[in-house]
Structure formats: C-alpha cells, structure tokens
Design a protein around this ligand. Sequence first.
Ligand code: 3PG
Ligand code: MG
Length: 395
Amino acid sequence: MQKKTVRDADVAGKRVLVRVDFNVPMDRNVEIEDDTRIRACLPTIMYLVDHKARVILCSHLGRPHGRVDEHLRLGPVARRLSEIVQRPVDALQEAIGPGVVRAVSEMQDGELVLLENLRFYPGEEENDPGFARELSGLADLFVNDAFGVSHRAHASVVGVAAYLPCVAGLLVEKEIGQLSHLLEDPARPFAAVMGGAKVGEKIGILENILPEVDLVLIGGGMVATFFKGRGLGVGISPVEPDKRELVGTIMHKAEGLGVRVLLPEDVVVAEKLEAGATARVVSAEQIPADCRIADIGPLTISAYTKELKKCRTVVWNGPMGVVEIPQFSEGTTSIATVLASLNATTVIGGGSTVEAVTQLGIAGRITHVSTGGGASLRFLSGKILPGIAVLADKE
Ligand code: 3PG
Ligand code: MG
C-alpha cells in the first residue's frame, strides 16, 4: 500500500486518535456475540501501546442517528477489549467535551481509553467540521484502523483529516493489501454472492461490481426488491420502492456485460420473523400475501451450490436469510459450507456473514475474512474509499 502507516509515524508520548470499527453484533442482553472486529484491531492497538503512545480509541456502534441510545453504549466493548489485552481500558461516557479533554490530559504513555459511540452525535454522520475539530483536538495524530467504515465520509473517518496528520492502522494496511492482491487478476469464473439487510445501498454497490464479475447470486433482503422489480408478488416483505427501477437497470446492464444475475427459484416464508414462527417453502411465483421472505429455499440452495462449485473466485457479503432465527438460517449455513469446501479464492465480509462463518468454525477455510462488508464490496468495485484517500501517502 502506498499509504503511511503507524510504523512510519513517531508515536512515543503522543496522543493518538485511533478510529476503529467496533460495530460488533450484540444480542438482546447487550452481550457481544462476536468479537472478531475487536480482535482484528489488536495489532495496531498493541503496536501503539508498546511504542508508548496514549491511545484514544473511537468507534461507532449500530445506527443511533445522532442520539444517545443506552443499548448502544461502548462500555461492554471496552470491557471485552480490556479482558483481551489484559490492561485497563477506560470507557468514557462521551466522545467530546470538557470531561473527555480532562480524561485525555490525565493519560500516561501506553494507556488506553475508548470514547463513547461517535454516532450519538449528529455531527459524526454529517461530517460536521466542528465535531471533527473537537475530536481532533484530543490528539496529535490520527490512525484509521476502521476498514469496515472506510467507505463512509464521516467526521471521524474523513473530517479529522483536515486537522491532524493521518496514517493507516495495521488492519487497514492488511485489508487493502489482501483485497488488492486477491482481486487483482481473479481466477474465473468469479461470483459475487450478495445478501444482507442494507438493501438500498447494496443494490447500488451491486451495480458497480457488475463489470468485475461473471455471476451474481442474490439472497437476503434484496430478493424482495428484485422480485418486485420483475413483477412478482412478495407478500408483506419490505421492498425499497425507489430501487425498483434500478433493478431493471442492473438486469439490463448485466445482460450487456454477459454477467448472469441469479435470483432464488424458491424461498422460505413466514407470517412473522420471530423465534417460534412456522417456516414454509414456496416457489418464487407463489409467495402468500400475508407472508414475508425469510430465507432462500432448498432448490435455490442446490442451484447456487452447483454454480459456486464451478467458481474459482467468490466474494460473499450478507446472509441469505434471517440468520439469527434457526428455521431461517439454512441458506446462509449452506452457502458458508460450500464456500469453505471450494478450491477457490474466497473472500467474505460483513458483520453477520463473518459471524455465521465463525460460528460454524470454518473461517479458517476462507481465503480472506474481511472486517468490512460494504467497504470490501466497494473496494472491489474499484472505488477509492474516502477513509483511505485522506491518509498520508508514502514518500
Ligand atoms: C458495518 O457494519 O458494515 C460497518 O461498521 C459500517 O456500519 P454502517 O453500515 O452502519 O455505516
Ligand atoms: Mg454490519
């Protein structure tokens, strides 16, 4: 990578603001379900601690949209980090303000603090210069180790660059190195498997990656919008109304490029997406009016499996169904198992996808498990991520 990293900076005795992506999956009791993203930042954190920096960590958690949400405080994350690194990690109750300034001024070399959830402040997502300036004022140097959020032009990712020298963390360096290497001249056929919940934005990304791939397999929340776009009934499944036209555009563009976009031929549906719900398998043309799509069906699983077995490169982002509920998780576990068995370059990304693969104990059989979902897909489509663009270039 042509960007400076923490290794190129003089950090001893310096206050270093480190943007991390500690947006970890939490269960109903605010317990961390998967700490992959915390562990992924350890090389940078320990490098800074060992080199006597004063380490000010900052992250978002969830999407509280500029308001304090008691369920999205970073205290539990600080506790988990503290257990892992076997040192105190002070969880501050705010991200900016006099209390934070005081706490930081009392830090000693090698100490760690974690600021409160950045998205409790509207200025974060708005990339407000005032918020960026206050954050920057806490430190002498900025380190981006939040690969998973590097595609967002937010204050703590991009805005701070106006006020502080910026370098990459070791996770960002590794992700960029691996992703560029793996996807530079991909062995073909090359498939993208797309699922997950952030439908509106994923559809946009999908359009951008079409020129890179040979095949796209669609699952997850996106299915309903694609079905609707093709005139099929989707029951009470949520659709992105303003994306229906884009579905047509994507299908048209794919055809022109000779890229096949496969949709499920059958799906698992239910009246409610909850623990005790009854799951039914129906064909794509026969979704009952009172049901929602909850997973891909068995015929689709076999069809997708057959396609994937021919592929030499596969990038997967986003679960195929409502993976938290066992009767809707079959699609996701099947795809994960197939990927782990392939003799191919496999790259997976996204919080829930990584969690599914980790829980199955097969992460070790995936070529690269990325901490970024949207970020890795956007990177793959050849876009320069805004959070990477602002980092200092190597001389
Ligand atoms: C993620 O989970 O993909 C990253 O943490 C970014 O989160 P966001 O999609 O809410 O910006
Ligand atoms: Mg996520």
